[in-house]
Ligand binder design. Structure first.
Ligand code: HEC
Ligand code: HEC
Ligand code: HEC
Length: 431
């Protein structure tokens, strides 16, 4: 071999070796640094303990920010103690962000928030830092809770302190390499420190209060604003123009729904809706065209709000810039489109009825009537009509424009198979 070729080869080998070392260092650096604790003083705050504050905290936790829907052990329509562990599988979104689990919010000392101060819990919500200073992943709407008022955040803490401690160690989070890299280089990570008290605008039917509710207290902005799926940033110049990815699927039922454009654009948003149209959609799930919203839009919880608060949100949404943006139509998982008969009926029930009626019709927050107890008194014709027409005064939506005849037939075939727990256990007293 002549020596110039040898020299070129040598340089090449060196270069490759150098690159491997650099990449190895970078890889190691990201692995070590991504969740390096941020040292930042915690503002000392003290949660109140009076019953009115606890009650308000419970309302925020249950119906406004509905923290519990994420902080359950697994998806359930029934309110369960927030002992955490629900999986958020983000391996398919953007570059793939890995698997994340909600945390145990009960006052258990070892596995929950028992050892956290009130200020540390508020900091987790508003700044995205754990007690030990490690960063939280923004599955939780930290971008928006950043503006949550002291009184509201502390009321939630007051409520959390009243829960029974549940010992439940949730699985370790499994971030992907891209997620770790985004944290390491500061693209994702904690929000700026909140150093001054935050006070909510006065409660009333004003755009200002509506803005606070929809952005910082309830999760409307979090679901309804498009984000950059590569790094999770929200496009704040397109507020409320619809989500960038569909919600639902998996345990939540086989329907995939994009949060729609609710900016005041007439063509693609809700610019042509009256206040009545808006209130009906947000509290009963009924759109002006009489179709029913997929329950991933938590209308079954919003019906418990004081109506004036929803009016405030309407006033705010009217005041923001209209953005023209269309979101894709509903998607259906193959397990739904492939199923037939009562099996399909069960999936329809799961994705359309369960948020209000609970698993197997055993009840949930909006109604705790046991369907198995009332169904025998309705024949198939009455039942079909009932589901088609709903009972709007009781906030049971009318599904006539949403489910076709064959879907209704399958749904009823499923409803006829459900039993009360007594019947299932063979209790001779019930039949
Ligand atoms: C959309 C789902 C979602 C909502 C809504 C949500 N959280 Fe979370 N929360 C999470 C996830 C997921 C984590 C864990 C993130 C991680 O491991 O990086 C978390 C972490 C936390 C932590 C940190 C606890 C710890 O041990 O590290 C606290 C405290 C918390 N949430 C409280 C709340 C409260 C209070 C609310 C309502 C005001 C709320 N969350 C709403 C999903 C959510
Ligand atoms: C967990 C995510 C989520 C949250 C939180 C949420 N939405 Fe939605 N919203 C959706 C989804 C998904 C749809 C579309 C459902 C469908 O297409 O059937 C929707 C639809 C709507 C619609 C109907 C729009 C149309 O054109 O049909 C309105 C109005 C609406 N949401 C308002 C709100 C308001 C106001 C809030 C806060 C109080 C809110 N949403 C909170 C996910 C959410
Ligand atoms: C937004 C909540 C909600 C959804 C979604 C919903 N329901 Fe209901 N439903 C109710 C409420 C509230 C009642 C009234 C029950 C009561 O008396 O408390 C009711 C009543 C009923 C009844 C009659 C019970 C009786 O007392 O006679 C049947 C049957 C029923 N629903 C079936 C369904 C089916 C099937 C679906 C899905 C296609 C569905 N519901 C979806 C809230 C809902």
């Amino acid at each position: 071999m002549s020596s110039p070729i040898k020299r070129v080869l040598k340089v090449f080998v060196w270069l490759v070796g150098f690159l491997v070392v650099i990449l190895g260092c970078l890889w190691g650096y990201v692995q070590l640094r991504w969740d390096a604790p941020v040292s930042r003083p915690v503002t000392e705050l003290t949660a109140p303990s009076d019953s009115a504050s606890i009650e308000w905290g419970k309302e925020i936790f249950t119906y406004r920010s509905h923290c519990w829907t994420c902080h359950q052990a697994q998806f359930s329509a029934e309110y369960t103690t927030p002992s955490g562990g629900m999986l958020f599988d983000l391996t398919e979104i953007g570059p793939g962000f890995g698997k994340w689990y909600s945390r145990n919010l009960t006052p258990d000392m070892e596995t929950g928030l028992g050892g956290w101060t009130d200020g540390e819990i508020v900091r987790a919500l508003r700044e995205g830092l754990r007690k030990d200073g490690t960063p939280l992943f923004p599955v939780m709407p930290i971008d928006w809770y950043h503006g949550m008022a002291d009184d509201d955040a502390l009321a939630v803490v007051a409520y959390l302190r009243t829960l029974p401690p549940v010992e439940h160690k949730v699985p370790e989070r499994q971030p992907s390499f891209p997620a770790k890299a985004l944290f390491t280089f500061g693209v994702m990570g904690p929000k700026p420190a909140v150093t001054k008290p935050i006070v909510a605008p006065p409660r009333g039917v004003t755009a200002e209060y509506g803005k606070y509710l929809s952005n910082n207290l309830a999760d409307c902005a979090d679901c309804h604003t498009p984000r950059d799926l590569q790094d999770g940033h929200f496009f704040v110049d397109q507020m409320f123009a619809g989500s960038s990815f569909p919600f639902g699927g998996g345990d939540e039922g086989p329907i995939l729904a994009h949060a729609r454009n609710i900016s005041p654009d007439v063509e693609t948003g809700i610019g042509s809706w009256s206040e009545e149209d808006f209130l009906a959609a947000v509290t009963t799930g009924m759109r002006p065209d009489s179709t029913v919203l997929a329950p991933i839009m938590p209308y079954s919880l919003y019906k418990f709000w004081d109506e004036d608060d929803l009016r405030a949100i309407y006033a705010y949404l009217k005041s923001i810039p209209a953005v023209s943006r269309t979101t894709p139509a509903l998607g259906f998982e193959p397990r739904l489109t492939d199923a037939r008969g009562a099996e399909r009926g069960e999936l329809i029930f799961q994705s359309r009825c369960r948020t209000c009626h609970g698993d197997k019709g055993l009840g949930a927050l909006p109604t705790n009537v046991h369907l198995a107890d009332v169904l025998p008194s309705l024949d198939d014709t009455d039942l079909t009509e009932f589901i088609q027409n709903g009972q709007l005064n009781l906030r049971m939506p009318a599904f006539g424009k949403t489910l076709n005849e064959s879907e209704l037939t399958d749904l009823i075939a499923y409803l006829r198979t459900i039993e009360t727990p007594d019947q299932a256990a063979g209790d001779p007293e019930s039949n």
